[in-house]
Design a protein around this ligand. Structure first.
Ligand SMILES: NC(=O)c1ccc[n+]([C@@H]2O[C@H](COP(=O)([O-])OP(=O)(O)OC[C@H]3O[C@@H](n4cnc5c(N)ncnc54)[C@H](O)[C@@H]3O)[C@@H](O)[C@H]2O)c1
Length: 321
């Protein structure tokens, strides 16, 4: 395959670059390094890295013309400045539209998009089925929802897959409670837990799903990607604390979710399991401990947040993309 990966230096993108490169596929990464570093991708043959924005239609078209991808993985997303609506629109809406148009024009074989579970807004039912109504309540989620609708316009001509993701845990994860707890406990700083529930998915399970949906004959469509099991942020804290051998001096403070946060986000993967024959295999504790082990070996990078109400001591401990 010749795979064009937008946001290929990010957490999910770089893990897929490593995976597909090691399988012998040719890869072009288009990334502006807004929330990642060039060094995330080890220098390799058959890897072209273009620095720039998916919001730049001419650049996107040039990448498609020169690289001639057979497959596109759209992983780029803006979220780090919750009040920067324009950047969210340029990257998440215009960028998705640019990828959609270029994919049609250059006749790629398959497009895979990554979507946030936050597009469901405050769910009417948990776990959230894939047919649940979309009602985003933040600039990040609104713009990601609009981008997905533009990409769906290609579905009548190109197999198009959109994966609505649980919190994928693994190398280079730089958002949310796992790196935050790890870093703060190690620094001897106090931790607080937001009173929220999330689902967590191991990178290895995410990879096995990606391998399934990248196949030529795989069904197209929109899929929830999750274990379907919700865990409180306090349960997550307990795993990190135990892993680091940390015994809190007193009870951990539980704080209400911030105004732009959502109390319970757990995706229902039944449709995905039935249609794609995929099922997550790795349990909650093992998933978290594997992510922590990676921090032991590589450290925690700069931690980003998409929550307006976020402060270093409270809501960064609940959020998830
Ligand atoms: N990681 C998760 O658990 C998770 C959960 C739900 C959804 N997602 C979605 O998966 C995708 C990847 O997320 P991630 O966790 O790897 O985030 P990430 O921040 O690590 O990666 C995003 C990448 O996009 C790049 N980028 C940002 N704006 C860009 C632009 N205008 N042009 C080109 N590149 C740009 C960033 O520099 C970064 O390398 C995103 O679309 C996100 O919404 C991720």
């Amino acid at each position: 395959m010749r795979i064009l990966i937008t946001g290929g230096a990010g957490c999910l993108g770089s893990s897929l670059v490593e995976r597909y490169h090691s399988m012998g596929h040719e890869i072009l990464v288009l990334d502006n390094f807004a929330t990642s570093a060039r060094g995330a991708m080890r220098a390799t043959n058959n890897l072209v890295v273009v620095e720039g924005s998916v919001g730049n239609a001419a650049l996107v078209d040039q990448c498609f013309s020169e690289f001639a991808p057979t497959h596109v993985i759209h992983s780029a997303a803006a979220y780090k400045e919750p009040d920067d609506w324009i950047e969210d629109i340029e990257t998440n809406v215009q960028g998705a539209a640019n990828i959609a148009r270029a994919s049609l024009k250059h006749r790629v074989k398959r497009v895979v998009n990554f979507q946030t579970a936050l597009i469901y807004g405050t769910p009417e039912v948990v776990p959230i089925p894939v047919e649940h109504r979309v009602a985003p309540v933040s600039s990040y989620a609104i713009s990601k929802a609009a981008g997905e609708v533009y990409l769906a316009l290609i579905a009548h001509e190109i197999p198009y897959v959109s994966l609505r993701l649980a919190n994928v845990c693994g190398p280079r994860l730089a958002i949310g409670p796992i790196p935050t707890f790890y870093q703060r406990i190690k620094a001897g700083k106090p931790c607080y837990c937001s009173d929220t529930v999330r689902d967590f998915l191991d990178m290895e399970d995410f990879h096995s799903l990606m391998d399934t949906v990248m196949e030529d004959q795989a069904p197209a469509g929109v899929f929830n990607v999750s274990t379907g099991e919700g865990r409180s942020i306090k349960q997550l804290f307990d795993v990190v604390a135990e892993y680091l051998g940390h015994i809190p001096e007193g009870p951990i403070r539980i704080v209400p979710p911030g105004s732009d946060d959502i109390k319970s986000v757990v995706l229902d993967p039944k449709h995905t399991e039935t249609v794609l024959g995929w099922k997550a295999k790795i349990g909650f504790e093992e998933t978290i401990k594997r992510a922590l082990k990676w921090y032991d070996e590589h450290g925690v990078a700069e931690i980003f947040s998409h929550l307006i109400a976020s402060t270093p001591t409270t809501s960064t401990m609940s959020e998830a993309k």
